[in-house]
Design a protein around this ligand. Structure first.
Ligand SMILES: CC(=O)[C@@H](O)[C@H](O)COP(=O)(O)O
Ligand SMILES: NCC(=O)COP(=O)(O)O
Length: 241
């Protein structure tokens, strides 16, 4: 069964455009859960251009499914997750000025650094996931950090899906299978949408969770939030038991 965690960053972008509280992202998170999502994802960035640190605190108090907090483990980010203790922390090596996440971890280079952070976060009771490219050597290195899961960075898959979906998914299938053999859970995210989601899930039996934000919020402009959440869930449904 693959869970859908909805990333609400872009709802916060819209709210911040006016400085008031419309849309109310706490109400949106409640509604998204009511519409069927199994998790809420946020990725507070150091400039707080969308999700603010206070949003993460407020979300933790009202989310009834799972709160997944993504980010680069800077001192400020680590202080936040120490305080909030979300159900899942996804470690992403994004530069402060990155428009969006644009790389996975070089887990081989940062193995010791990640091992310490993973141990601390697990000690807080958080499930930990490491964002990485679908590369077998990286999956092997991730297993040595003690992480619970990996999140496969799907931008390359989404791009290649348009021209050759078989070739696009092949490295992800191999990486997910290796992760499964090593006892790691498998998440995926970035640029997933209503077109490319079902194929990814069909090809990755290990897929535990997808986090989807940008395309889902764009679709909701046309289709409505409730309908959109259900359409995404339906993409996952044929392979959910
Ligand atoms: C980790 C990842 O894949 C990102 O897609 C992300 O969390 C989205 O962040 P932005 O909404 O800031 O682009
Ligand atoms: N971890 C990926 C995520 O949360 C959402 O990415 P995107 O759908 O906004 O590209």
């Amino acid at each position: 069964m693959t869970k859908l965690s909805v990333n609400i960053n872009k709802l916060a972008t819209l709210r911040n455009a006016r400085g008031h509280n419309r849309p109310d992202i706490l109400q949106a998170a409640r509604d998204i859960e009511r519409f069927g999502a199994e998790g809420i994802t946020v990725h507070p960035r150091p400039d707080e251009r969308h999700i603010r640190y206070q949003d993460v605190r407020d979300l933790k108090a009202i989310v009834t499914t799972e709160l997944n907090v993504e980010g680069n483990p800077t001192p400020d980010f680590l202080d936040l997750v120490r305080e909030v203790r979300p159900e899942q922390v996804t470690l992403v090596p994004d530069a402060p000025d990155a428009i969006t996440s644009n790389a996975g971890w070089d887990v081989i280079k940062h193995q010791d650094y990640l091992r310490d952070i993973v141990a601390e976060l697990k000690g807080l009771g958080c499930r930990v996931s490491i964002f990485l490219d679908p590369d077998l050597a990286l999956v092997d290195a991730a297993a040595t950090t003690g992480t619970d899961r990996i999140e496969l960075y799907t931008e390359a898959y989404a791009r290649q899906y348009l021209t050759d979906r078989e070739q696009g998914v092949a490295p992800y299938r191999a990486a997910a299978a290796r992760a499964g053999q090593l006892g790691l859970g498998v998440n995926a995210g970035h640029d997933l949408d209503l077109d490319n989601l079902a194929w990814l899930q069909q090809q990755l039996p290990e897929l535990a969770e997808v986090s989807i934000g940008h395309a889902l919020v764009c679709d909701a402009i046309y289709l409505g939030l409730e309908n959109t959440v259900q359409l995404y869930k339906r993409q996952l449904k044929p392979f959910n038991n």
